[in-house]
Design a protein. Structure first.
Lengths: 483, 648
């Protein structure tokens, strides 16, 4: 029964490959096929999670290092469910949006493939397996990034490849070095290094930093972040899903695995790894927020915002205490929901009016009231104003910072929150309150397939803000074994 | 049980009504107006009916799971005073708005946010959990923003920017305080925090400072008052009335909670609040003297009156177990200020409705022949200056008594000066109100005679009449309000009742002295110094425009400097890696491009192409690969270098 856990990972591969034939058979078939593919996969995933019994499986084991091993644990489930559910929203959105981008078939093949790879990352049982899927993710998303096929897109795509592959290579170096010490890269709560004697903390610190920076490339840690704004040339569904959720969150997810399942919080504290990394995270948070202020292009602005928000999550990870990690994981979920909403709204504006800069959207709130209302709510949530979900994660992050007795952490968070307000609220204000009075305003809210995901996601934003407890308890149950 | 349900209703009713009203408004504006008036009326009615329940025992309501910590509402008499005044003012202002906004655009949006603001304001006063309080406070900031920028012209948008910017910044500071508060005490219930907080060391001062700054933005404490003079004139008058009448009180409520509940009346904090209050009083009053826009005068006046309340709050802590009189004075003045300030704003709004102008240079003599307006404005005027017989007299007397009491207990020069500032500030009030009243209602201007008969609808005047009656009634019979406050004082940890006779010779004398002084300032300073003659007509100037200005001379330049410098730094970091890679790769490219033997190489290459096409193909491939692998290689090299540096 054990191989059954591979279904959600392999199914998208098969469906994606089969899609190369089926997707071309017509509009209706395509819509039906794509929707059913992601839905079936979600159902398969839920089904597997409900099956009792062993949740681990060795696919291929050559030696302790070259071991493809899958294991389902609570953290993986969180990430897998988040990705799968957001994938469905994005599917509906893309079906409408991609019409004006063209080459939908190619898009959807890779789109479905990527889902499988993301789930592979979620369920990897050791670092080596994770690494393979991590590399695959880069390759599978590359065609999505360069979808437009323009010179700029190709350039950005290349940048994306170089950063990601380079980072992964460096991380591989770290893996090999680490394996030489620990002889195991399996994920264990509390870290595989728990039993190993630390006789060379400097080497260990080096390994930690190498892996942190290597995997941190996907998490857009400064100074390896500039692929993210560049990759905004991709179509909006790609930007939203891949660069606010799947790719960057995979980077974050790997960092959680590395910090808490490979090294372990205790070890990192002993080698003082958290001190070096926190400097980078500081810069990441502030740089993202501050430079977002300078962006005129809406998507670029959101991209820099993502950099800063990813900094929040990484901060939660590297503070190495319970509250902070709760905050970090909460923000992993919350930011995904918020950012995808923001991207969807910006995409809707582009889809309906072909406007992508702030000074062009004067008074658009009157034409697209529903879209812009959702955008406003998501913005407020990203700033971290209660009662939205952004506040809940910020609360735990700040408490985590204070637990470490460092008042600077919450100050940075609040400063960045203020900057977030400064770069998001002008969009809202421009959209609603600028622009001259018109008598009959043409309603431009996007088609239902795009609007419904936006509204539902906004609903989730508020719901998770008002009733965070279910998610919170689940995350607490993950965290209590880790710290 | 009924009380708890009622609590939930007064919180949710306006919020739901906001949305429902919006939908109704799309069909029929008339119905929506009626709907909103009825809803606020019901709200007010429920609040009145709640009095009996609340005076028996405080009503508590706890709903778990909301926002993680649960929603904890509480209504005791102390909070009831705030809730009552909010719902009362809102009811009247809604009625007034329906007339005021007739010629405005976007009315539908206005009412939706108006009702949401009511809900959040009520929420602030009801919250027992300080996190809930913060939530409602932030919601209120955002919803009131939509009211302020209602005109959507550049001035309003700029004012709105300052408002929302300061509100968010204040909110962040407040939140910082809450983070620390929770980290150190682990509780969020306002009545429970105090016991734990008081045991902490100096950190408690930092915490309370941060919280007070957060609330202080709304309470327009010096130097956080810069938004006041911009926002009040920009907002539609009913919104300004609400801002001054109620939203200002949310900030003061927060400060009151912080000093009395969280800090248990700590002497240091209270003394600071007392000093800030005196500064507010004085600076607000002084700046009001110079202004020419009535709404701006009233804005500064609101700041000055907030100073009185702050003085009261400060005195509560300073007087410790003898704070009784300060409690009475503070709560009484909170009620009074809401009544007369809203009345004055409404009067100004009437002028604006007719003329679309509120600068006293323009509207001089407008009210000379409009008896109705003149009378209600006069009531507001006499109330705010503390004329015996009006409500302002009662609370100012109480506050003055409290200050005298403090001077009696701690005889030192500071409190003597405080007493003087109190008197001078009160006389400023007289002077700037006289400035408005005489220019607008006493001077003669032919062009405003006999015209503008276009009747102001009764619905706009009715709220003003109600307010005037209330002002006079509680001025003549203070015991009606005092009996309510009697029950609230036990929330402040003291017992007893005050025996005070307001209409004694001494009190009236003191009041008349202040008024006399104010008239003197008016005659000497305002008439002589601020009024310039230009032929037959005269006009007011505002020399304070050129004075040192916190916003223009301090906040803006320093913010800009920080912003620019950090931007530059971060831009360098942002582009750093990419530029470095480009730079090195260019250098390396140049290096690789160097050819030792150019000619011979060229020859070989040429023959190469002709002779071997497969190799050429491979060569091309390698060349294409090069650019990619090259960059990877460079990135990896950089990482290795950093790595080595980290190791050693």
């Amino acid at each position: 029964m054990e191989p059954i856990i591979l279904i959600p990972i392999i199914l998208p591969f098969l469906l994606g490959i089969a899609g190369t034939k089926i997707l071309f058979k017509g509009e209706k078939i395509k819509t039906f096929y794509v929707i059913s593919a992601v839905t079936i996969n979600l159902l398969a995933l839920i089904g597997i999670l409900n099956i009792e019994g062993a949740k681990a499986f060795h696919l291929l084991k050559i030696n302790p290092f070259l071991d493809i091993y899958f294991k389902i644990d609570k953290l993986g489930i969180l990430f897998a469910l988040l990705a799968s559910i957001l994938w469905i929203f994005t599917t509906f959105y893309s079906l409408a949006y991609m019409k004006h981008e063209g080459k939908e078939e190619r898009f959807f093949v890779f789109f479905i493939l990527t889902l499988g790879i993301t789930l592979g990352i979620a369920f990897s049982g050791n670092l080596f397996t994770l690494y393979i899927f991590y590399e695959l993710l880069t390759l599978a998303t590359f065609p999505l990034v360069i979808h437009a096929g323009t010179k700029e897109a190709l350039y950005s795509g290349r940048k994306y490849l170089i950063y990601s592959l380079g980072g992964a290579t460096v991380a591989l170096l770290g893996m090999i070095l680490l394996f030489s010490i620990s002889n195991s890269l399996n994920f264990v709560e509390g870290g595989v290094l728990g039993t190993v004697n630390i006789d060379n903390p400097k080497l260990l610190l080096t390994i930690y930093m190498v892996m942190f920076l290597g995997f941190g490339v996907k998490a857009a840690i400064v100074p390896f972040h500039s692929w993210l704004p560049a990759a905004m040339v991709a179509p909006t569904p790609v930007s939203s899903l891949l660069h606010a959720v799947a790719v960057v969150k995979s980077g974050i997810f790997v960092l959680v695995r590395v910090c808490y399942f490979v090294f372990g919080a205790e070890t990192i504290r002993q080698i003082h790894g958290n001190i070096y990394t926190s400097v980078l995270v500081f810069i990441t948070i502030l740089l993202g927020s501050l430079l977002a202020l300078h962006q005129e292009n809406l998507k670029k602005r959101l991209a820099y915002s993502t950099i800063s928000q990813l900094g929040y999550i990484v901060l939660g990870i590297i503070l190495l205490n319970e509250n902070a990690l709760i905050g970090g994981l909460l923000h992993l979920v919350n930011h995904a929901v918020i950012k995808i909403t923001l991207f969807f709204c910006v995409g809707a504006i582009y889809f309906m009016t072909h406007k992508k800069n702030i000074n062009e959207i004067k008074g658009i709130g009157k034409q697209m009231p529903v879209t812009m209302t959702c955008f406003s709510i998501a913005s407020i949530s990203l700033i971290g104003i209660p009662p939205t979900n952004g506040f809940v994660s910020k609360w735990y992050l700040a408490l985590g910072g204070l637990t470490e007795n460092k008042i600077i952490f919450p100050i940075i968070l609040l400063l960045s929150a203020f900057l977030t307000a400064a770069y998001l609220l002008p969009i809202v204000v421009t959209a609603f309150f600028h622009g001259e009075e018109k008598k009959d305003i043409k309603k431009l809210d996007p088609p239902i397939k795009m609007l419904v995901p936006i509204i539902l996601l906004t609903g989730i934003t508020i719901f998770l803000g008002l009733f965070p407890n279910v998610l919170l308890h689940y995350i607490k149950s993950i965290v209590e074994n880790l710290v | 049980m009924i009380g708890q349900i009622a609590l939930l209703i007064i919180l949710l009713l306006p919020a739901v009504a906001g949305f429902v009203g919006y939908l109704i408004g799309k069909k029929s504006e008339r119905n929506r107006d009626l709907f909103n008036i009825i809803i606020t009326g019901i709200e007010f009615l429920i609040v009145i009916l709640l009095y009996k329940e609340v005076s028996n025992a405080p009503v508590n309501l706890f709903i778990s799971d909301i926002m993680g910590t649960g929603l904890h509402l509480k209504l005791d008499i102390f909070r009831y005073i705030f809730v009552w005044i909010s719902s009362f003012i809102w009811f009247l202002t809604t009625m007034y708005s329906t007339q005021y906004l007739i010629k405005y655009k976007n009315r539908n949006r206005y009412y939706a946010f108006f009702m949401l603001t009511l809900a959040s304001t009520i929420g602030i006063f009801l919250s027992e959990n300080i996190l809930n309080l913060f939530t409602f406070f932030e919601i209120m900031s955002f919803t009131s923003y939509a009211l302020i920028i209602h005109d959507e012209d550049q001035y309003a948008l700029d004012a709105g920017k300052i408002y929302i910017g300061m509100a968010i910044a204040g909110g962040m500071v407040l939140l910082m305080g809450l983070f620390l508060l929770y980290e150190y005490t682990g509780v969020l219930n306002i009545t429970e925090i105090g016991e734990k907080l008081i045991q902490l060391g100096n950190i408690k001062y930092l915490i309370s400072f941060l919280i007070i700054v957060g609330f202080g933005v709304k309470a327009s404490i010096v130097p956080l008052h810069v938004w006041v003079s911009k926002v009040y004139p920009a907002a539609p008058t009913p919104a300004s009335a609400i801002l001054s009448g109620v939203l200002l009180k949310t900030g003061l409520f927060g400060i009151l909670i912080t000093t009395q509940y969280l800090m248990q009346g700590d002497f240091m904090i209270s003394a600071v609040i007392l000093i800030l209050g005196l500064m507010n009083m004085f600076i607000g009053g002084l700046l009001a003297l110079f202004q020419r826009n009535i709404k701006r005068i009233l804005a500064y006046s609101g700041m000055s009156q907030a100073g009185y309340i702050l003085v009261g709050i400060g005195l509560m802590g300073v007087l410790k177990e003898n704070k009784l009189i300060a409690v009475y004075g503070t709560l009484y003045h909170i009620i009074n200020h809401a009544l007369f300030k809203v009345l004055l704003f409404m009067g100004t709004g009437i002028i604006y409705m007719v003329l679309h102008e509120v600068s006293i240079n323009q509207i001089k003599g407008f009210g000379k022949h409009k008896q109705g307006l003149k009378i209600v404005f006069l009531v507001g005027f006499l109330a705010i200056i503390g004329m015996p017989g009006f409500n302002g007299f009662i609370s100012k007397t109480l506050l003055h008594e409290a200050l005298a009491e403090a001077g009696h207990r701690y005889p030192n020069i500071g409190l003597t000066i405080a007493g003087m500032i109190f008197t001078i500030s009160s006389s400023f009030t007289v002077a700037y109100m006289l400035k408005i009243f005489i220019t607008v209602f006493m001077e003669n201007d032919e062009k405003y005679k006999g015209q503008f008969k276009e009747p102001i609808c009764k619905r706009a005047l009715l709220p003003m009449v109600v307010l005037s009656v209330a002002v006079i009634y509680i001025g003549m019979r203070p015991e009606t309000v005092l009996t309510i406050i009697d029950q609230a004082i036990k929330n402040f940890g003291v017992d007893g009742e005050i025996e005070i006779h307001f209409y004694t010779f001494n009190n009236i004398k003191a009041s008349l002295f202040t008024i006399g002084l104010g008239v003197g300032i008016y005659v000497i300073f305002v008439r002589k110094y601020l009024r310039k003659k230009d032929g037959n007509s005269s006009f007011y100037v505002n020399p304070s425009l050129n004075w040192f200005n916190l916003e223009r001379n301090v906040y803006e330049p320093s913010l800009m400097a920080i912003f620019t410098s950090t931007s530059v730094v971060f831009h360098v970091i942002d582009r750093g890696v990419v530029n470095f890679v480009h730079y090195t790769s260019n250098k390396v490219n140049k290096f690789s491009g160097m050819q030792i033997k150019r000619d011979s190489y060229g020859q070989i290459k040429d023959s190469y192409v002709e002779m071997n096409s497969l190799k050429d193909f491979l060569n091309k491939l390698a060349k294409n690969m090069n650019s990619l692998t090259y960059s990877v290689f460079i990135v990896a090299t950089i990482l290795v270098v950093t790595l080595v540096m980290l190791t050693f």
